[in-house]
Design a protein around this ligand. Structure first.
Ligand code: MSP
Length: 508
């Protein structure tokens, strides 16, 4: 049986969830839902990254403990994922005690095997920003933000990352599907071919207390990325009682991330895996950023946060999921604004899909006693509509494996446009009125078959609306079955229902 393990980054809890977080999480959800429909055994992981300087600072600023801060903020993530219908199998918090134990055991193991060593760290430290900078990051002898810096030399612990540089290069060069989308591969290689140092994985407690203590030196905690990346393994039970999940889901793992954290994943993480004698994951997939309409990055630090929640109240959860998946080609950046969302949802869901549902069901109710009529004879245009639909079904299957759900939406939309055109040519409203019921039956039945197939294939993107569509045409959740997409004529005799528009037009 094929298996599929998908992860999102674990999100920092120093601010509320935003559209960037929502996109990766919805993308993972859509992919995992497709793989479940394919009958695969799946595991979908998301969670929160709760240690480190940023969190400690946020808590301090609020006058509460970091743990209290995390406990409060984590709920924001959990509740928005519930609202957005995210079907994760597990939610990991890096403050979960089992995870901290895994980090600690892993550190000790690497230390025992000489993969972590003690050394001296030299850098320029900005006291006000509490951050280190290397010589070449300084601008006119100051931090990039213009703050005073002092040269600090301190004892620290290093992970022998450079040892694995060649292994990683070989993997990235040899496996074309490893770093995706394709353009990101050369970026990673460019980086990997520069001289690589070892990774400083400790922080003295005098500066940062909020982290996992080094088991071999109580004066230090570990660097937040070292702790965070291990979540992908600890959630599978790594170094815990049962090996079962590890055996099932490592290394069939697909890491979905944003492009800004590609280097930490393709260098730190891969070197860590090698040092742990574990296989590399299947894919590291780095998508672009969501930008505002005037092309600024949207994220918490820019103060440009558009709450996904806000748009869900305007176009519905499934409308928002559809917009995000349909509008971002992960190889590029995507643009987000209220107007763009409304425009797309109106054009594609209310008009293209919605109108096709409305007019075909209304005519079946009016002329065929609400029962999907039997087709006596398929004319050439119906035959070609049917073969277009089966071609789309096959292409969708390929696009699932290529991690291209935006293409899936595009293919389905093109099929709907062709079906609307087909119906316009057949004019069942005229033929039925003039008594040519055979012709009307043919076109309406075929259009409804397309609607059934499209609704099924859109189910991972719009889990609720797709079932509403199926119910409208006499089916139910059980019809969400990929094998039925290869059949035609499933609907004969089924009773379509009248009802309010499934995708009402949104007024601006
Ligand atoms: N905690 C780390 C990840 C550790 S994974 C072991 C982190 N967290 S984050 O909350 O800052 O960001 C998480 C993700 O959100 C990143 O993948 C980042 O690319 C993504 N986004 C943040 N702003 C974004 C947009 N405007 N658009 C799309 N995604 C963006 O990094």
């Amino acid at each position: 049986m094929n298996r599929f393990y998908v992860t999102t980054p674990i999100y920092y809890v120093n601010d509320a969830p935003h559209i960037g977080h929502a996109y990766t999480t919805i993308l993972a959800d859509v992919l995992v839902r497709f793989h479940r429909l394919k009958g695969e055994e799946t595991f979908f992981l998301t969670g929160t990254d709760e240690h480190g300087q940023k969190i400690q600072q946020s808590a301090l600023a609020r006058g509460i403990t970091p743990q209290e801060h995390c406990d409060e903020y984590v709920e924001r993530f959990k509740s928005i994922w519930r609202e957005l219908n995210i079907s994760n199998d597990f939610f990991i918090r890096t403050t979960d005690s089992f995870h901290k134990e895994v980090v600690s055991k892993t550190l000790q193991d690497l230390y025992n095997r000489g993969e972590i060593y003690q050394g001296e760290y030299q850098g320029w430290y900005s006291v006000s920003e509490e951050m280190f900078f290397s010589e070449d990051e300084l601008i006119d002898g100051k931090s990039p933000l213009g703050k005073e810096v002092v040269k600090i030399t301190e004892k620290n612990y290093f992970f022998k990352m450079s040892k694995y540089q060649n292994d990683i290069i070989q993997k990235v060069e040899g496996d074309l599907d490893f770093i995706q989308p394709a353009g990101k591969r050369s970026e990673v290689l460019g980086f990997l071919k520069k001289p690589m140092g070892d990774l400083c994985i400790s922080r003295p407690k005098s500066r940062l207390e909020w982290g996992v203590e080094l088991p071999f030196d109580k004066d230090y905690v570990t660097y937040v990325w070292f702790d965070a990346l291990l979540n992908y393994l600890s959630a599978l039970g790594y170094r815990q009682d049962s090996e079962e999940q590890m055996l099932k889901f490592w290394p069939v793992c697909h890491h979905l991330i944003g492009k800004d954290i590609l280097m930490t994943h393709s260098i730190y993480w891969l070197a860590m895996l090698r040092a742990l004698n574990l296989d590399f994951p299947k894919t590291i997939f780095a998508h672009g950023w969501w930008l505002t309409q005037d092309l600024k990055k949207m994220s918490k630090s820019e103060g440009e946060v558009v709450s996904p929640l806000e748009m869900k109240d305007v176009v519905g959860v499934d409308g928002l999921r559809y917009f995000l998946i349909r509008s971002m080609n992960p190889a590029n950046d995507g643009q987000f604004s209220k107007d763009l969302v409304i425009e797309r949802v109106n054009a594609e869901l209310a008009n293209n899909l919605g109108n096709l549902i409305n007019r075909s069901t209304a005519l079946v109710v009016k002329y065929f006693d609400a029962k999907v009529p039997l087709v006596k004879n398929y004319s050439p245009s119906s035959v070609s509509l049917k073969s277009l639909a089966s071609k789309v079904v096959e292409e969708v299957d390929e696009m699932i494996d290529k991690i291209a759900p935006h293409k899936i939406c595009e293919l389905l939309l093109d099929l709907l446009t062709a079906t609307n055109k087909y119906i316009d040519e057949f004019q069942p409203w005229t033929t039925a009125k003039s008594g040519d019921l055979d012709s009307a039956a043919e076109s309406l039945s075929c259009a409804l078959e397309v609607i059934r197939i499209v609704a099924t294939l859109l189910n991972p993107v719009m889990p609720v609306k797709s079932v509403e569509i199926l119910e409208r045409i006499g089916l139910n959740q059980d019809a969400v079955d990929l094998s039925l997409c290869k059949e035609w004529g499933v609907l004969f005799g089924k009773e379509v229902k009248k009802g309010q528009a499934i995708f009402p037009r949104i007024s601006e």
